[in-house]
Write a protein that binds this ligand. Structure first.
Ligand code: NDP
Length: 296
């Protein structure tokens, strides 16, 4: 049976430590880190995510300023981002994605000052990630995975990692991070996607599988090598009449069967998902320190 990687526990530890750190920063500077959260539109999932980010900020002694609007023209959103870039009281800017139709996400992210880009999506930060110069910020979900790997002292040096999915927010950046000559990383990385041929063969030789495709319980036990490390990023809702909500949340891995073969596995929920907000808060505190001329 695999060791279950507890994302809730590490997330709580990071958030509690940040509280201590922000209180100390307040004693020193009379200021607290501040995150601006921009939410355009009525997407219910986005509203839930934003509410949990605000709650987590509060827990860790970080101020949050919300800019929630039902509708916004692209030029208005651009003006807001430029204003937040200039505002010395704002340390981090988060634009909740996806943006409603008609708003160009790439253009908006490009406008965020890289030193306030706490989501780590700006080309400056993603580019620095790939060329192994330290970006200001690593994207939250991939860095959360790396934090879990470090916490459990799983050394990936020279290991075969297969990443399922090539999105800009998960697949590509986690491949970039695990490829670097970082402690616990330094792996041989293969990235697979919907056009990959012989997917099963790639998975069968993997020492580590990072599944980020958004397909419930896609990775089956027979494709997993004995003792493999399984990182499940997927968050999928599937109908479940036995649950009062009528659905349950599941990952991209068939947990029940794969757990028996893996050496380590992240559960869903309570694994990677729990880490994303913790890293967002870490990045916001880092932004505050950089902008106030302190060493990180
Ligand atoms: P995207 O939809 O942006 O990307 C999915 C990727 O999976 C694409 O590269 C796609 O290939 C690939 N893919 C889809 N189907 C298959 C298949 N059958 N075989 C191989 N590859 C396939 O998803 P995200 O990266 O945004 O998210 C992935 C999952 O992770 C989702 O469940 C999402 O909810 C979850 N997630 C969780 C987060 C967290 O905090 N834990 C944060 C972000 C996402 P192609 O490029 O060819 O289309």
């Amino acid at each position: 049976m695999a060791i279950i990687i507890d994302g809730n526990a590490l997330s709580k530890k990071i958030k509690d430590n940040l509280r201590v750190e922000t209180d100390a920063l307040f004693d020193k500077t009379n200021k607290r880190p501040c995150l601006a959260v921009v939410l355009v539109g009525e997407n219910p999932a986005s509203h839930i995510y934003v509410a949990s980010k605000e709650k987590a900020c509060h827990h860790s002694g970080i101020l949050s300023k919300s800019y929630k609007v039902e509708n916004m023209k692209e030029t208005e959103l651009e003006e807001l981002i430029l204003k937040l870039n200039q505002d010395p009281e704002i340390n981090g800017i988060l634009v909740q994605l996806p943006l409603p139709e008609g708003l160009n996400e790439e253009k908006i992210i490009d406008l965020i000052d890289p030193i306030k880009d706490v989501d780590g999506f700006h080309p400056y930060n993603t580019g620095k990630l790939w060329i192994n110069l330290k970006p200001y910020f690593f994207p939250c979900t991939p860095w959360g995975i790396y934090e879990l790997i470090k916490e459990y002292k799983i050394d990936l040096s020279g290991k075969e990692v297969v990443v399922l999915g090539r999105s800009n927010i998960v697949g590509k950046p986690i491949a970039g991070i695990l490829l670097q000559k970082f402690p616990y990383a330094d792996a041989t990385v293969t990235v697979c996607h919907s056009r990959t041929k012989n997917l099963e063969e790639h998975l069968k030789r993997a020492d580590v599988i990072v599944a980020a495709i958004g397909k419930p319980e896609f990775v089956k036990e027979e494709w997993v090598k004995q003792g493999a490390v399984i990182i499940d990023v997927g968050i999928n809702r599937v109908a479940d009449e036995t649950s009062p909500k009528g659905y349950r949340v599941t990952g991209d891995v068939d947990f029940q069967t794969v757990e028996k073969k893996a050496s380590y596995i992240t559960p869903v929920p309570g694994g990677v998902g729990a880490m994303t907000i913790a890293v967002l808060l870490q990045n916001t505190v880092k932004a505050f320190k950089i902008q106030n001329g302190m060493k990180d």
